[in-house]
Write a protein that binds this ligand. Structure first.
Ligand SMILES: [Zn+2]
Length: 42
């Protein structure tokens, strides 16, 4: 697992989304992101 913005591996758990997915917070650039597939299913 790494930050999609700056590629650092120093990230923190940052709660969950309303859908129950784990969210992460990058300690380097401060961006929040959710690990999921790049292709959205609909
Ligand atoms: Zn980052």
């Amino acid at each position: 697992m790494h930050c999609p913005t700056c590629n650092t591996k120093i990230i923190y758990y940052f709660g969950k989304t309303v859908k129950g997915k784990q969210r992460f917070l990058c300690s380097s650039c401060g961006s929040e992101f959710t690990p999921e597939q790049s292709i959205e299913r609909r």
